[in-house]
Design a protein around this ligand. Structure first.
Ligand code: ADP
Length: 353
């Protein structure tokens, strides 16, 4: 019930009680004291007095209601605006408003200010972290590339089989390092909003088919059947940065193949619905433990069962993939398969208008 409703209810109860008392006084008490013209005269005086009191009380309720309702409405509006945009505006409190109302409005303004300060502090820490990662990655890239070239040159210089095995391993590890540094650079530019996406109409069916083909070799090696099943249904082009979306698809398909034991399958499908295209990568793999699902999109997070199965991986792919999807106006989510083992990742991207 609103404040006005409550005051009106109070008022109706008060009016009924005073009307009832006046009626009882006029019909049962007054006739025993006076009669004739005096009775009529006094009756009018009593009715007049009761009406005057009721009018004054109504005026008092209206004034009180305004005094409380105005800042209360202001407070509700300010809270709603704060919840939506995180910014708060000054709430006008009329002169004479109750002390408690002033205290409430003051407490809200104080709390909003503190939250604001905490947010700016968090944003500042996050910016410093991003800058640090970006600087460190830039510094690491050049020497790492030089090391990689040097080892690759060594690889071709007539080594014994033992030396070749060692150097091959060093080349593979240095490639991994260069890739990690590249990912860190991507993360810092995407996180800081500096990444320049090149949006255009992209045919997801073509991309998905290409990615499924590219990972065919890895899937064969791991004895996992990998296929793209679009059922021939056409899907409209999406508004996307082709290179970045391919990066997401590579990540999702590679994860699905890596985290699926031999004999399992990975299926990539597409569906257009509303103004989005949904790309799903469904595997029959190890799944994501229920108690770890909330952390999967965090930076560097890897679930316990994934670490036990695959010691390669850095827990950055999904974090950055979701960020890219969101920057496209889409989303990336996952769910455990309801009918059997494994996981389905769903990427949604808005269609090109
Ligand atoms: P990485 O795979 O390099 O560890 P990602 O960011 O791509 O990093 O994935 C984060 C974690 O999410 C993985 O370590 C794994 O625990 C989980 N995960 C991702 N994809 C799958 C999948 N298809 N099946 C099971 N777990 C997965």
């Amino acid at each position: 019930m609103s404040l006005w409703g409550l005051l009106a209810l109070f008022y109706i109860i008060l009016a009924a009680a005073s009307g009832g008392s006046a009626w009882f006084f006029l019909t049962h008490v007054l006739p025993g004291v006076v009669t004739g013209p005096d009775y009529i005269y006094l009756s009018w005086v009593v009715i007049g007095l009761v009406s005057l009191v009721l009018v004054c009380v109504a005026a008092l309720f209206i004034a009180l209601g305004r005094l409380i309702a105005r800042p209360l409405h202001g407070l509700v509006a300010a809270m709603q605006a704060f919840a939506v945009s995180g910014t708060h505006t000054a709430i006008p409190v009329p002169h004479g408003a109750p002390h408690e109302m002033r205290a409430l409005v003051g407490a809200f303004a104080d709390m909003a200010q503190r939250i604001d300060t905490a947010h700016s502090h968090d944003a500042e820490i996050s910016r410093v972290k991003s800058d640090f990662i970006s600087t460190a990655a830039h510094q690491l890239r050049t020497p790492l590339t030089a090391i990689r070239w040097a080892i690759e040159a060594l690889q071709k210089s007539g080594l014994t089989p033992d030396q070749t095995a060692l150097v091959d391993n060093a080349v593979a590890k240095s490639k991994e390092l260069v890739a990690i540094v590249g990912t860190l650079l991507d993360i810092s530019s995407i996180e800081s909003g500096k990444y320049q996406y090149k949006f255009a109409g992209v045919d997801l069916a073509k991309l998905a088919e290409g990615v499924a083909r590219d990972f065919g070799h890895l899937a064969n090696e791991k004895q996992v059947s990998l296929f793209f099943a679009n059922d021939g249904k056409p899907v409209p082009p999406v508004r996307a940065d082709e290179e970045r979306i391919t990066w997401i698809l590579n990540n999702l398909v590679e994860n699905a193949v890596r985290y699926t034991p031999a004999g399992g399958s990975v299926r990539v499908t597409l569906e257009a619905s509303g103004d989005r295209v949904y790309l799903r990568v469904r595997d029959t793999g190890i799944g994501i433990p229920a108690n770890e699902r909330g952390n999967i999109f965090e930076r560097f997070y890897r679930a316990g069962n994934a670490i036990a199965k695959e010691n390669e991986g850095n827990g950055l792919g999904l974090y950055i993939a979701r960020q890219i999807a969101v920057d496209h106006g889409g989303d990336l989510s996952f769910a455990a398969n309801p009918e059997g083992p494994g996981t389905t990742f769903t990427l949604s991207i808005p269609v090109m208008h």
